[in-house]
Design a protein around this ligand. Structure first.
Ligand code: PEP
Length: 250
């Protein structure tokens, strides 16, 4: 049995003061959650969010990490920096990073290795664009993105990676993949993991769905056997909405 994991991706929203207020509002609302609860916040909010979450079941994550340990990379943040600031998780390879910041499968892989080596838990994002789905490339693409990103990890390390299947056409658009589409593509990812790392490992990896997941559609998605949680953008910015997603089984 895989424990579900629901993570918020705040993107470029919330100042430190707003982050404190949101985490404090969230704490009582998610305290009975049966899943792991994570908020992935802007880097400047990590320490504040961590302090606000103290004594609760809310874990804090970052939204990106650089692959070098340190050095001349103006504006970037290393895995050690994020960890020391209070991050336990980090999102890597989000489609907005790929689309707007030139992230490639190769640099995603480097970032995954850096994060794992520093002891951060990775939420690895993969997913196809609409034209790729329409052309019939979804399965090949998510398989390729996943296996490249994990290159260099051993089975034990792969087991601990959280994968977020996020069809790009469903992110921030209000359009959700159907429950069956999401389940099917996540099944494709798990089958690829099984071929490369064995069934035992593949069955331990938690694979989330992400893309306009919200209180009104979370139950149907979470009822699918392959879906182990969600990565939530827009609906993670209001305590009541995010709590309603986290408490999908209540
Ligand atoms: C995301 O940013 O990962 C995401 C899924 O966003 P939204 O829920 O707003 O579609």
């Amino acid at each position: 049995m895989r424990k579900a994991i629901i993570a918020g991706n705040w993107k470029m929203n919330k100042t430190p003061a707003e982050a404190k207020a949101l985490v404090e509002a969230l704490k009582p609302l998610v305290k009975e959650a049966s899943c792991d609860v994570v908020v992935c916040v802007p880097a400047v909010d990590i320490a504040t969010a961590k302090a606000a979450a103290k004594g609760s079941n809310i874990k804090v994550g970052a939204q990106n990490v650089h692959f070098a340990k340190s050095g001349a990379y103006t504006g970037e943040l290393s895995a050690d920096m994020l960890k020391e600031a209070g991050a336990e998780y980090v999102i890597i390879g989000h489609s907005e990073r790929r689309q707007y910041f030139g992230e490639t499968d190769a640099t995603v892989n480097q970032r995954v290795l850096a994060a794992v080596n520093a002891g951060l838990k990775v939420i690895l994002c993969v997913g196809e664009k609409l034209e790729e789905r329409n052309a019939g490339y979804t399965d090949a693409l998510v398989e390729y993105q996943t296996l490249i990103a994990l290159t260099g990890l051993d089975k034990k390390q792969v087991e601990k990676i959280v994968i977020a299947y996020e069809p790009v056409w469903a992110i921030g658009t209000g359009v959700t993949a159907t429950d069956e589409q999401a389940n099917e593509t996540i099944g494709v990812i798990r089958a690829a993991l099984a071929r490369k790392y064995g069934k035992g490992t593949a069955n331990k990896v938690r694979i989330q769905y992400g893309g306009s997941m919200k209180p009104s559609n979370v139950k149907g998605l979470m009822a699918q056997p392959e879906i182990d949680g969600g990565l939530i953008g827009g609906a993670s910015l209001k305590a009541e909405d995010f709590a309603a997603v986290v408490n999908y089984d209540k």
